[in-house]
Design a protein around this ligand. Structure first.
Ligand code: SF4
Length: 324
């Protein structure tokens, strides 16, 4: 997990878990739509659980589960596949991008959003915290929920304005929770922080390694000499300050930058200190969990049990309404 994932998503989930009944899922069935090594998959799943727990997902509050430990995900995905229009899937931006990059495209890439819809609808979730780029996938979940409800929802006996019979809305149409989150740019200052661009800082990286990346990171390109006044708004380091530093420090950074009161290295040193304040406890918790894998397994087992109970209930109703 890199800082872009943490600031853009996980930090938000940590807050939302106290406001909603929350399920956080490690989607290992999604992960196998690209080439992978089985042993690495096991390790990455465990490492991701460690990182989510260290970042603040509380297994006594949210259900943290591994998708493959709740088999109903794939059962519902198959059912939803049978009512999802092919055109809707072919229109998905991620499918178009991935199929352009590869000679041969697995059907799993095309059906990826259907499994996402199953992940959401299986728990009859009302809300899904998503980034702007995921809204299209969520819209597909809404389309599929609407379609399934119209086909298989139990008739209520009431007539709608158009004369058709109203049916129960068994699956709620999930709404996006678009919380303002910083768009975290990579250290190149040009593109979004992402592993494929090689411009990331890992959430659990050591302070030395973080500094080795921060030190040469791109800043305001017009600030060539220390005596040149800068424009903080165009600088990625300033945006990272807004994510990690106190409001007073952010203000101080802006003033120092605009008045050429300090150099970019001074500014980055302050950022590194602010980052440490937030990252030290996360690193410490991750080290404790890595030394006690049993605690991680227990958290995942408890999460899977909670999710399986909900999934079982949904699928009993789905199978019944569909004639199985
Ligand atoms: Fe960016 Fe700070 Fe340099 Fe200004 S002083 S350009 S905010 S790194």
């Amino acid at each position: 997990m890199h800082l872009g994932n943490y600031l853009g998503a996980v930090k938000n989930w940590v807050r939302l878990q106290h406001e909603f009944d929350t399920i956080v899922s490690i989607v290992d069935y999604h992960a196998i739509t690209i080439a992978y090594e089985p042993e690495q998959l096991r390790q990455r799943r465990h490492d991701l659980a460690v990182t989510l727990l260290a970042a603040g997902i509380d297994p006594d509050v949210a259900a943290l589960c591994v998708q493959s430990q709740v088999p109903e995900h794939t059962e519902l995905a198959w059912i939803l596949n049978t009512i999802t229009p092919l055109g809707e899937l072919e229109r998905q931006t991620q499918f178009k991008e991935k199929s352009r990059q590869q000679e041969s495209v697995a059907a799993g890439i095309l059906n990826y959003p259907v499994l996402q819809a199953a992940d959401i609808l299986l728990y009859r979730a009302d809300k899904v915290p998503v980034g702007e780029d995921q809204v299209q996938h969520l819209e597909l979940s809404r389309v599929v929920a609407r379609k399934w409800n119209a086909l298989f929802g139990t008739p209520t006996g009431r007539r709608l304005e158009d004369g058709s019979e109203e049916r129960e809305q068994f699956f709620p149409e999930p709404q996006p929770v678009l919380t303002p989150t910083p768009r975290v740019m990579g250290l190149d200052g040009k593109s979004k922080m992402s592993k494929s661009m090689g411009n990331t800082i890992g959430l659990l990286e050591s302070p030395e390694s973080i500094w080795a990346k921060l030190r040469p990171a791109v800043t305001d390109p017009k600030r060539i000499k220390k005596t040149d006044p800068g424009t903080p708004e165009v600088c990625n380091i300033y945006h990272l300050h807004k994510a990690f530093s106190t409001p007073a420090t952010v203000e101080h950074v802006a003033v120092q930058c605009r008045t050429a009161g300090w150099g970019c290295i001074d500014c980055k040193k302050v950022l590194a200190e602010s980052m440490e304040t937030e990252l030290v406890p996360i690193r410490r918790r991750a080290a404790e969990l890595a030394a006690a894998p049993r605690r991680v397994d227990d958290a995942l087992a408890a999460g899977a049990a909670r999710c399986r109970a909900l999934a079982h209930e949904t699928m009993l109703a789905v199978r019944d309404r569909m004639g199985f």
